[in-house]
Design a protein around this ligand. Structure first.
Ligand code: MTE
Ligand code: MO
Length: 262
């Protein structure tokens, strides 16, 4: 009996000790983790900014992480993956207008506009809107997403970029990993990975809601690339070029993600 009581006491003591030990461990862990987080934050905060080039505005470690994420998504999503499409009656009657950089010049003349495809050997393929309309037409009704936080189901039609490449025998150009597109006045420009440009739902659009594209939406020809955010959907394409290096990109220069994929 005496012996048992003694044993019980000893046991209780052990439980208390255990509680103390656990408290100690959790507090130490909490302290260690918070210090690590604080040191990590300080490191990131004091880390050098990337040098301003194609992209800008991010601390170098963050940009490295962004580029890694880009690689992951590029490997993960292939061109077999299609963006969700909708029936025509779901499409907005009034297409939202976002911004007009590079398409606000008074003197612009749709009649004299030409699409210039700059080949890497220096040759330029110049096309009228009728040359482009003569190619097979593809319609697309999808949910357009702007990084500023709005989206809208819209109805566009035009030629698939990959069809244009095939028709004008530009296969040798798309061996290069990047495609650059600019407005005729060069004020807005986007850089795209060639793979996304060749996605079967990427179109050079000349119609919205079955009518020619209006000026504010990028007449006479704009890019519709549903695997990317709105910022990459260049309105009023003037030139297209191909490159080994990332072409300049208006919003990437201002800190947005270069890839901007969905
Ligand atoms: N030339 C040009 N293209 C542009 C832009 C622009 O300012 N200028 N804005 C982009 C952004 S941020 C979005 S969301 C879409 C908006 O297209 P919308 O005005 O037809 O809705 O166009 C993109 N293409
Ligand atoms: Mo946008």
């Amino acid at each position: 009996m005496k012996n048992l009581k003694f044993k019980k006491q000893k046991k209780e003591l052990t439980i208390n000790q255990k509680i103390n030990r656990r408290n100690f461990i959790s507090f130490s862990a909490f302290f260690a983790l918070s210090s690590a987080a604080a040191v990590g934050w300080k490191w990131l905060y004091n880390s050098p900014q990337e040098s301003t080039g194609v992209t800008a505005g991010a601390h170098k470690p963050l940009r490295r992480a962004l580029n890694k994420t880009e690689l992951f998504f590029r490997n993960f999503y292939s061109n077999n993956h299609l963006v969700k499409t909708y029936s025509k009656d779901r499409a907005a009657k009034n297409i939202r207008v976002n911004s007009d950089i590079g398409i606000d010049d008074e003197g612009f003349n749709v009649e004299t506009w030409r699409l210039e495809i700059k080949k890497n050997n220096g040759q330029v393929v110049r096309l009228t809107i009728d040359d482009i309309k003569a190619l097979p037409k593809t319609e697309l009704i999808f949910d357009f997403k702007c990084v500023e936080g709005w989206d809208q189901i819209q109805h566009w039609a035009g030629v698939k970029f990959i069809d244009l490449i095939g028709h004008f025998k530009l296969e040798d150009q798309i061996t290069m990993p990047y495609v650059g597109m600019e407005t005729p006045n060069g004020e807005y420009y986007v850089g795209l990975d060639t793979e996304s440009a060749l996605h079967p739902q990427t179109i050079l659009a000349y119609e919205m809601n079955d009518k020619p594209i209006s000026n504010v939406h990028g007449a006479p020809l704009r890019l519709i690339i549903p695997v990317k955010y709105g910022i990459k959907n260049l309105k009023r394409i003037g030139t297209i070029s191909f490159s080994d290096k990332r072409p300049k990109d208006y919003w990437a220069e201002r800190g947005y993600d270069y890839y901007s994929g969905l």
